[in-house]
Design a protein around this ligand. Sequence first.
Ligand code: ACO
Length: 289
Amino acid sequence: MTASNPSSPTRDGAEKPWGEFVTVTVEDGIAWIALNRPDKRNAINPGIVYEMNAVLDAMEEDDDVRVLVITGAGDAFSAGQDLKEYFRIPDAGPALDRERLYRANAAWQWRRMMHYPKPTIAMVNGWCFGGAFQVLIGCDLAIAADEATFGLSEINWGIIPAGIVTKSVAEVMSQRDALYYIMTGENFDGKRAHELGLVNFSVPRSELHARTKKLADTLKEKNPFVLRAAKSAYHHVKSMSWDSALEYLMAKSDQTKFRDPEQGDQQGMKQFLDEKAFKPGLQSYDRNR
Ligand code: ACO
C-alpha cells in the first residue's frame, strides 16, 4: 500500500488508501478517477494497482457515486505497465509477491470491472499503450481525444501483449485489425481507435471532458439496478449457446424485475400505458415518483 493523501479523509475521519498514485474527485454523482503519475506518463506501477483496487471498493459502496470515469493526469491516459516497477523489480523478487501483484492488477483492470455494479467510462486523454488497453476495454464505454495516441507496443520491445491484453483486443477488434497492430506495433489516433471499435467515439481534446460528462449524465438517469443487470447479462451471454442464452436471459429478466428496488418495469408500464406520461422510445420513465 502507498502513502495516502492526508487531505482526503473518509467520512469516518480515517485517511483514504489512495491519493498518491490515484486521485478521485466526486462531483454531481460522477467519480472522476485519474491515474496520477504524469511524470511517468501514468505507467501502471504497484501503487496504482493497489490504490485502484481500494478506489473500486470505496466507490462501490458510496451512494453519492453513480458513474465512474477513469482517465489519466497530464498528457497521458497511461503508458501501460511500468517496465521497472511492474516487471523488472517484481521479476527479481519472491514469486508469491509477483503473483499477488498480477492478481491485484487483473482485478482492477478487468475482472472486477466487467461486472462492476456501476457504469464505467474510460476517458482516453493521451498516450495509451500496452496494459492500458486492458483498462480501456475493461470499462463499459470509452471516449478518446482525437489527438490521443494508441499503440500495442509490446512487439517493439520483445514481448507479446500478455496480461489479458490480447484477449481484450480480440473481443473488440476484428482479426485483421488486431493482428495488424499486435504484429506491427504501429501507433494510431483517437479517430482510428473509433474505427477499430476500441472506443465509442472520439472528439477534439478540448471537448473531451464535457462530452464524457454528458454521457455520464445520461447513464445517471437510468435505473441503476437494471443497468447493472443489463451489462452483466451481456458479458455472460457472449460465451453461451443461443438456447442457453435464452434460458439465462429470461431467468435474469425475472430476477431483475423481482429484485429491482424501484420496480422500474411497473413504473415504466404505468407511466406509458395508463398515464401516457412518457415514451420509452424517446426517454426514461420518471424515476422520482
Ligand atoms: N514504464 C516505465 N516508465 C515509463 C513508461 C513505462 N511504460 N512509460 C514512460 N515511462 C517513464 C520514462 O522512462 C520517463 O522516465 P524518466 O523521466 O525517469 O526518464 C518518463 O516516464 C517520461 O517518459 P518519456 O519517454 O520521456 O516521455 P515522452 O512524452 O517523450 O514519451 C511515451 C511518451 C511515447 C509514452 C514513452 O514514454 C514510451 O514509449 N513509453 C513506453 C510505452 C510502452 O511501450 N508501454 C507498454 C508497456 S508494456 C505493457 O504495458 C504490457
